[in-house]
Design a protein around this ligand. Structure first.
Ligand code: ZN
Ligand code: ZN
Length: 372
């Protein structure tokens, strides 16, 4: 099959910026050196670009996992243009297609099943998407946001002025324009590009399928570190309406921390979370599936499989009972529906069910570890 035409502008941008970052930056580092102010500025700009994409483009606009004050939306819109990743409208449209048709090589704009290179950068180098390039039907809601439309309309001007303006102004102020252009301009942009692109490529190839096997998305703590938390991509593809990607306290998800911190400042609100019981059930169903596969070759397969199923069913029962009472308790508390006596009874029941769940979890854990 003949490949679509190259998009020369994109090819030129990626090649030229990459060459500057890979050759001119090390050359300058050896012959001239960079000082700490330049390095810190480049790092801050890298974080600003990256998080405008993850917290803004991705979790706010593409998935609507929370709402944000207009001032924060302007900050994201500028940071996204600085990151040179197309307009919010375009990016979100692509991304919603990616989720809806994930791994479908004909529709998913950056389908991981077409290989690392294609999903990482190849999809942007040729006219693969020409037929739907100006189709914004799936982002009608975003077209009502004046900040989105303003950024879309002036995208070219914004991206050029930010990408040259910020390094130039910093260089003039700090006294070394060339070093600033190289570090804050080129290196920051290239690192920002490729770390974001890893989410489409590596986060669909390398890592654990903790919650689902229905798509290629993976959970990977190392990638989360490079991508401001977006490495927990298996979770994200199944619970895309959740403002978090790393849901455990120890998982590295600075995008989640930013969104949550901004809530205290009144800059973000209506943060959405997936129900805990649903998340836990998805996780357990994957463990069940893997254990069943493992056991099928065991000499005592039949007996062990029965025991496994029994443990699993008992756990799900206790899980349901616990979350049911938890929901009742929360609803009653919210609506102040019940008397104190009734409430203390409910709390006692809740504590008992919680303990039973914990015991059952231990029994399950013990059984699974024995299998491993
Ligand atoms: Zn997404
Ligand atoms: Zn994905």
């Amino acid at each position: 099959m003949k490949k679509p035409k190259l998009i020369w502008l994109n090819v030129a941008v990626f090649v030229i910026t990459f060459l500057f970052a890979a050759i001119a930056v090390p050359y300058r580092a050896i012959t001239h050196g960079f000082d700490s102010a330049e390095i810190i500025m480049a790092l801050l700009c890298f974080i600003y670009c990256g998080m405008s994409i993850t917290a803004g483009y991705h979790r706010l606009w593409s998935h609507k996992t929370y709402q944000a004050h207009w001032s924060l939306r302007i900050i994201y819109a500028l940071g996204g243009a600085f990151a040179l990743q197309n307009s919010i409208l375009h990016w979100s449209s692509d991304h919603r297609v990616h989720h809806k048709h994930v791994d479908n090589n004909d529709v998913d704009p950056y389908s991981a099943k077409r290989g690392f290179w294609y999903s990482h950068i190849g999809w942007m180098l040729r006219e693969y998407q020409a037929h739907r390039y100006t189709n914004y039907e799936n982002v009608r809601d975003l077209q009502k946001d004046p900040i989105v439309m303003w950024q879309h309309k002036h995208y070219l001007l914004l991206t050029i002025s930010l990408n040259f303006g910020i390094p130039l102004l910093f260089g003039l102020w700090h006294g070394d324009v060339i070093s600033s252009l190289l570090l804050v301009g080129f290196l920051r942009l290239v690192l920002s590009h490729h770390t974001t692109f890893f989410i489409n490529s590596l986060a669909h190839i390398w890592g654990k399928q903790t919650y689902t096997e229905k798509n290629t998305a993976r959970d990977n703590g190392f990638l989360a570190f490079l991508t401001f938390g977006e490495g927990y991509h298996n979770f994200h593809h199944i619970f895309e309406n959740d403002y978090r990607n790393g849901i455990r306290w120890w998982q590295f998800d600075p995008t989640k921390w930013l969104i949550k911190s901004c809530e205290y400042l009144g800059l973000t609100y209506k943060l959405r979370k997936s129900p805990e019981d649903k998340i836990e059930k998805a996780r357990l169903s994957m463990i069940l599936k893997r254990s069943q596969q493992k056991l099928s070759e065991h000499p005592d397969a039949e007996q062990l499989l029965e025991r496994l199923q029994h443990e699993y069913d008992a756990l799900i029962n206790k899980l349901n009972a616990y979350y049911d009472i938890k929901k009742t308790l929360i609803a009653n508390k919210r609506d102040k529906l019940i008397a104190d006596v009734e409430r203390s009874e409910l709390v006692a029941q809740y504590k008992e069910l919680k303990q039973r769940l914990i015991d059952q979890q231990q029994s399950w854990q013990f059984f699974i570890e024995k299998l491993a």
